[in-house]
Design a protein around this ligand. Structure first.
Ligand SMILES: C[S@@+](CC[C@H](N)C(=O)[O-])C[C@H]1O[C@@H](n2cnc3c(N)ncnc32)[C@H](O)[C@@H]1O
Length: 441
């Protein structure tokens, strides 16, 4: 907001910004007002940097009472005042706007999936020693973490650990100030990676091992904040996660899709989005992690999977034996696959990090690969990478929107792209038949 706007104003909220704040315009300037929704008429006190909502004169029909008492304080949720169906629609719009801005027209109707509350199985907490105890929670938008005494997002198996964790962390000599705690809820149980400012003492290690036994944890690891090296402090048995019937052993704080049901929706959309494959056809997977998509995809044909994190790549490789999967450790930012590496590749599946595919995008666009499935977790990166693929002649023939970060602004999308004229024609006529049968019924 421009500092020149002051006083009280009545505004109409025109849309939501990328951070979930209501957006209005006044005197040619854009004003962001947290807690407001599109279509609402509001009164606001305009102050430099932080406009203050006075009241909502006319509320949106999509406005609901936020379920969590910490909403507005805790930095985890931005849009609990918006109904879940409207939230999903808004997230879908963000993706379709990104694809349209990239150049794609005539987008297919999107399949939509929204996860259910209290199913989040992966969380990166801030941990902080304060007078009288320990806070475990998420940061405010700007500032200290808020103790997570309530949460409608977290799986109960993780939320239930927070109270005993506050006690055990409070007793550790190593937690002298701020730290962090990553929790992955795996099939073998909760997998915790703790970072503390000081190294763990022998007494700390004994306390954590006892805690792991008492709470059936799969593993506790400690990460050195200086060199990020990780060591195991306690482990109850094999660390396990099932990806499409294949058991993998993820390293500490491995990437995992945020909820199990969203993982299923993403896997289904990716596998369905692959073209028909012959036995000899090779699919190349980029940014493969520990193999969430790899092993289900290998049911359809051979997969060559590339991953830049050494622990994840080793995990994938270790589970590949006897399957149609070849795993490779490769930094695709420094050493992207080039067009000639992709010469005999039938399809590419990529699930890049938040920043997008980076240096891998142009070689992919310049290759002769006819079919791509792009899993996106950031509409802005999708727009940037999508532009290169649109310029290279791709069309979007399938789209699935996945909301697995409930009440946040995050959105995932599985975008099926092709420049195989026959496949595009087949998809278009299938769509026309569906449209016809819908209009007949
Ligand atoms: C969004 S995750 C997807 C992982 C996997 N597809 C899944 O669903 O579990 C992105 C993956 O890209 C990997 N990655 C990030 N930067 C990379 C790079 N420069 N080269 C190769 N892999 C990278 C990360 O380690 C992470 O495993």
């Amino acid at each position: 907001m421009n500092d020149t706007l002051t006083g009280v104003a009545e505004l109409r909220i025109e849309g939501l910004g990328a951070a979930g704040d209501g957006v209005a315009h006044l005197d040619g300037q854009t004003v962001f007002i947290p807690g407001t929704l599109p279509g609402e008429d509001i009164r606001v006190r305009l102050a430099p940097a932080h406009p203050e909502l006075i009241d909502i004169v006319h509320a949106s029909p999509d406005r609901v009472t936020p379920p969590c008492d910490l909403f507005g304080e805790c930095g985890g949720c931005a849009l609990q005042h918006l109904s879940l169906p409207a939230l999903l629609d808004w997230k879908a719009q963000r993706v379709t706007q990104a694809l349209t801005a990239a150049g794609f027209t005539d987008l297919p109707p999107a399949r939509m999936f929204q996860t259910t509350p209290k199913t989040r199985r992966r969380m990166d907490f801030a941990v902080q020693r304060v007078p009288g105890g320990v806070i475990i929670g998420l940061h405010r938008r700007n500032g200290d973490p808020v103790d997570m005494t309530e949460c409608h997002v977290l799986h109960p198996a993780i939320f239930g650990l927070l109270a005993p964790l506050r006690e055990v962390l409070g007793s550790l000599g190593a937690l002298t100030g701020r730290g962090s705690l990553m929790v992955n809820l795996l099939d073998s149980g909760p997998d915790l990676t703790l970072q503390t400012p000081a190294p763990l003492t022998s007494a700390d290690r004994l306390k954590l091992a006892a805690f792991a036994r008492e709470h059936d944890l799969s593993r506790i690891s400690w990460q050195d904040p200086k060199d990020l090296g990780i060591e195991t402090v306690a482990q109850s048995g094999p660390v396990r996660e099932d990806f499409g019937g294949v058991i993998v052993s993820p390293p500490p704080s491995a990437f995992l899709q945020a909820t199990a049901d969203a993982e299923k929706a993403i896997v289904t959309a990716v596998v369905d989005g692959l073209p028909s494959l012959n036995k000899k056809d090779v699919t190349v997977e980029l940014f493969a992690g520990c193999g969430t998509l790899t092993f289900p995809m290998s049911e359809k044909g051979r997969v060559m999977a590339y991953e830049g994190n050494l622990g994840a790549a080793n995990c994938l490789k270790a589970a590949s034996g006897g399957r149609r999967v070849d795993g490779f450790h490769r930094d695709l930012g420094r050493q992207p696959l080039l067009p000639h590496d992709l010469k005999s590749t039938r399809a590419v599946v990529l699930d890049p990090p938040y920043a997008g595919a980076g240096a891998q995008t142009m070689p992919l666009a310049k290759s002769a690969v006819p079919d791509i499935v792009y899993v996106s977790c950031n509409p802005a990166a999708l727009e940037k990478d999508g532009k290169a693929l649109w310029n290279a002649g791709f069309s979007v023939i399938g789209l699935t929107i996945v909301d697995q970060f409930l009440w946040s602004t995050e959105v995932e999308a599985v975008v099926v792209l092709s420049r195989d004229v026959k496949r595009i024609r087949r998809e278009n006529s299938r769509r026309s038949r569906n449209d016809l049968s819908r209009s007949d019924s």
